[in-house]
Design a protein around this ligand. Structure first.
Ligand code: HPA
Ligand code: ZN
Length: 327
């Protein structure tokens, strides 16, 4: 059977990875020791055992606790390099990384520390691994729009170190329109725009993210199926959806992979892509997500694999020149 090899070897882009979600328990403990930070868990095993989530919030609580060990530029560099090595091993040729500056600046870590560490890792990955990458700054939607606007101001001196903005954290009760002004400002600045929508929140959030925030891609978006007219629109407009299969299972968005709608969305002509979201927490990096999808949905074959990889390249914010080298 050639499918496992095709899934592994085909060049692909990763468009939905929270770099703080790539922090493995072993690195959390190593950084805690290096920085003298106390952890609520006695061992790597005890921490990993706590990774049993019931919904998005139960994950976010432990994800923010894990990020508390990140203090120095070197910490952000080490975290991102560990991810880039995993991605390169999965034949990811280009990765667009989300980062959550507010998680760090609210603990007193300077914005510059965060973005300089990530930027240095990105440059090192290009040079040493031949992997291209870019950064997307995410606003935390459980915080206020004023806090997002303040974060944007703090980020502007580093405008050339990130390509766009996104919206993540607790979705329900924090609709896209809460961030209409900050996204309008980012649009004027020429930043790329994306937002998490329709993961746990309703299909309407996908529509308002498109219509009010004017995002270019939807992160997750799997709840679009609750509105047939929206599914038709997403297909007609070829709006990319950055789907995260293992994440959806771990956060109980779907009960098991055979219940996942990624195959149906792909068959309906939507521009869906496969991504890892928070690989250290959800049980796998890029190729583990591809394997889980193709094992769970046996109706999918090489034609679907090729389409998913092509979609990821086309939906990326890489240059046309770079894209043509990957297809
Ligand atoms: N959803 C929302 N916010 C997040 C996620 C996610 O899957 N991962 C990290 N922050
Ligand atoms: Zn996400």
């Amino acid at each position: 059977d050639e499918l496992p090899r095709l899934l592994r070897d085909m060049p692909k882009c990763e468009l939905h990875i929270h770099i703080e979600g790539s922090l493995e328990p072993e690195l959390i403990f190593a950084l805690a020791q290096r920085n003298g930070v106390a952890l609520a868990y006695p061992s790597v095993e005890a921490l990993r055992d706590a990774y049993a989530f019931t919904d998005l919030q139960s994950f976010l609580d432990i994800y923010y606790a894990g990020a508390s060990v990140l203090l120095k530029e070197e910490d952000f560099f080490d975290m991102a390099m560990a991810y880039f090595r995993k991605a390169a091993a999965d034949n990811v040729v280009h990765a667009e990384l989300f980062f959550d500056p507010q998680t760090h600046t609210d603990r007193g870590v300077p914005f510059k520390t965060v973005i300089d560490g990530l930027t240095r890792a990105s440059e090192t990955a290009q040079r040493e691994l031949g992997l291209s990458s870019a950064l997307i700054l995410c606003f935390l939607r459980h915080l206020s729009e004023e806090a997002a606007l303040a974060t944007l101001e703090e980020a502007l001196p580093y405008r050339d170190q990130f390509i766009g903005v996104g919206l993540d954290s607790s979705e329900r009760g924090h609709p896209p329109e809460k961030f209409a002004r900050v996204f309008a400002r980012c649009r004027e600045l020429g930043l790329h725009l994306v937002a998490h929508a329709g993961e746990e929140g309703p299909a309407e959030y996908i529509e308002t993210a498109l219509d009010l925030l004017k995002v270019e891609r939807i992160d997750h978006g799997v709840r679009c199926v609750e509105k047939p007219a929206l599914v038709e629109r997403l297909a007609a407009e070829q709006v990319p959806l950055t789907v995260c299969p293992l994440s959806n299972i771990k956060l109980c968005v779907f009960s098991s992979m055979d219940q996942h709608n990624i195959g149906a969305l792909l068959e309906a002509g939507l521009k869906v892509t496969v991504n890892s979201d928070d690989p250290a927490y959800f049980g796998g990096y890029m190729n583990e997500n591809f394997d889980a999808v193709f094992n769970g949905l046996p109706q999918l074959g090489p034609r679907h694999a090729y389409q998913l990889a092509l979609n990821s390249i086309e939906a990326s914010f890489a240059s046309d020149e770079a894209k043509s080298a990957w297809v």
